[in-house]
Design a protein around this ligand. Structure first.
Ligand SMILES: Cc1ncc(COP(=O)(O)O)c(C=O)c1O
Length: 375
C-alpha cells in the first residue's frame, strides 16, 4: 500500500500565509473585542467589495446565514421553499427550522445543480395542490459551480419567488461576469475550514444589495436587537462571528483569487487526463461560468471497487452525497417531484483530492491511480 496523501491540505496554506496570519491572530487577541470586533466590520467591507455586492453580514456559520435570511423575509409556516434534492442537509434543514416546508427538486446530470425544468414542475405541483404558498427558490452552487442562474432568475421573477443562493460551496464563483454573493435577492456562505474560503472554526456570511434586509439581518444575528442593546424587536439568534476568525479570513481573502486560479488549473489538468478513459465522466463547467472547485467530482460505475483501488494506491476519496435528501430518513416525508437524477448521482459520484497546494507530482499520482482504477 502506498503512503496516503491528505484529501485537503490546510496546513500548506498556513505555511504560505506564515507570519502575517500569526500577527493577525495576535492583534485580534490583544484588541480584546473578541466577538464582532473591528476586524469583522473590515471583513464585511472587503467581502462585499470582492463579491460586488452592497452588503456582507458575517455570522456564526453557513447554516445560520441561510436561516437568518429566511427569518428576515418572514418565511414560515405554510410557505414552500424549493431546494435541490442533491445537496448537503443544511440547505433543507434551515427551511424546517424556519417553520416552512422544503420541496425537493431534481438536479442536472452534468453540473449537479438544480434543474430549472424540474423546478418548474415543482412550482406547478405546489400551486396545484394549494396547501403551501411558493415563497423561495434556494439554488445551491454545488461543488463550487454557480447554479444555472440564467434560467433560474427569470423563473423566480415570473413566479414572484425570492432567490436565496446557497453558495456555501461556491462563494466567489462567477456566472456571466457576476460573482456568487452578488447573485439573487440574497446569498449565504460558509467559512467552515474545508471550504475554499474557510476560517479556523465555524463562520458564515449573508450577502444582499437590499438595505432593509441588511438591517434586519444585523438585528437578527444579535437576538433581534432594536435601536438599543436591550430592546428586542424580533425573535433572533445568537449568530455572530468571532474576531479571530475574521482576522484569519482577511488574510486568506488576499490570496483567494490566486487559489481559485490554481484550483482551476488543477481541475483542467484532471479533466484533460481523464478524457483518455470512457469509463469516467468528468465534471463540466457551464459556458460563461467559473467554478471555484470546492470539490472535483467524477461519476463512475462500480464506485466501491473504484474507491478501494484508489485507497490502496494511497488516494483518499469522498462521496458527496450518498443519499439524496428526498430519501433521507429526516426529510423523506416532505414534498418532492421525482428525483431520478439525484438518485443516480448519489450512487456514482466520487470526489478526488482538490486544493490549491496539490503539486504536479501528486496530481500525476492521482491521475495515474484514477486511470488505472478505471481500467
Ligand atoms: C451546500 C451547503 N449549505 C450549507 C452549509 C452549511 O454551512 P455550515 O457548515 O457553515 O453551517 C454547507 C456546509 O457544510 C453546505 O455545503
Amino acid at each position: 500500500m502506498s503512503h496516503s496523501i491528505p484529501f485537503i491540505d490546510l496546513q500548506a496554506q498556513r505555511w504560505r500565509l506564515g507570519a502575517s496570519l500569526e500577527v493577525a491572530i495576535q492583534k485580534a487577541v490583544e484588541g480584546g473585542q473578541w466577538i464582532l470586533g473591528p476586524q469583522v466590520a473590515q471583513l464585511e467591507r472587503e467581502l462585499a467589495q470582492w463579491a460586488g455586492v452592497k452588503h456582507a453580514i458575517a455570522c456564526a456559520n453557513g447554516t445560520d446565514a441561510l436561516l437568518l435570511v429566511l427569518r428576515a423575509w418572514g418565511v414560515g409556516p405554510g410557505d414552500a421553499v424549493f431546494v435541490p434534492a442533491f445537496t448537503f442537509a443544511a440547505s433543507a434543514e434551515v427551511v424546517v427550522l424556519a417553520g416552512a416546508v422544503p420541496v425537493f427538486v431534481d438536479v442536472l446530470p452534468d453540473t449537479f445543480n438544480i434543474d430549472p425544468v424540474s423546478l418548474e414542475a415543482a412550482i406547478a405541483m405546489v400551486k396545484k395542490d394549494g396547501a403551501l404558498k411558493p415563497k423561495v427558490v434556494m439554488p445551491v452552487d454545488l461543488f463550487g459551480q454557480p447554479a444555472d442562474y440564467r434560467s433560474l432568475t427569470p423563473i423566480a421573477k415570473r413566479e414572484g419567488l425570492k432567490l436565496l443562493c446557497d453558495t456555501a460551496q461556491g462563494f466567489g464563483g462567477v456566472m456571466d461576469g457576476k460573482r456568487t454573493g452578488s447573485i439573487g435577492d440574497a446569498a449565504a456562505t460558509s467559512f467552515f475550514p474545508a471550504k475554499p474560503l474557510g476560517c479556523y472554526g465555524d463562520g458564515g456570511a449573508c450577502f444582499t444589495n437590499d438595505d432593509a434586509l441588511k438591517d434586519k439581518l444585523l438585528s437578527l444575528r444579535m437576538h433581534g436587537q432594536g435601536s438599543d442593546r436591550y430592546e428586542h424587536v424580533a425573535i433572533g439568534l445568537n449568530s455572530r462571528l468571532d474576531t479571530i476568525q475574521a482576522a484569519i479570513l482577511i488574510e486568506k481573502l488576499k490570496i483567494f483569487d490566486d487559489e481559485i486560479e490554481t484550483r482551476n488549473a488543477i481541475a483542467r489538468r484532471y479533466s484533460e487526463a481523464f478524457a483518455a478513459s470512457n469509463r469516467i465522466k468528468t465534471p463540466p463547467v457551464m459556458e460563461g461560468a467559473l467554478s471555484i472547485w470546492a470539490s472535483y467530482t467524477l461519476q463512475v460505475a462500480n464506485r466501491s471497487e473504484f474507491q478501494l483501488k484508489l485507497k490502496s494506491a494511497g488516494i483518499p476519496t469522498m462521496v458527496y452525497y450518498p443519499i439524496p435528501l428526498s430519501r433521507q430518513p429526516a426529510y423523506a416525508h416532505y414534498p418532492s417531484v421525482p428525483t431520478p437524477v439525484s438518485e443516480a448521482l448519489s450512487g456514482q459520484v466520487l470526489s478526488l483530492p482538490m486544493h490549491p497546494y496539490l503539486d504536479e507530482a501528486t496530481q500525476d499520482r492521482i491521475i495515474a491511480a484514477v486511470l488505472a482504477a478505471a481500467g
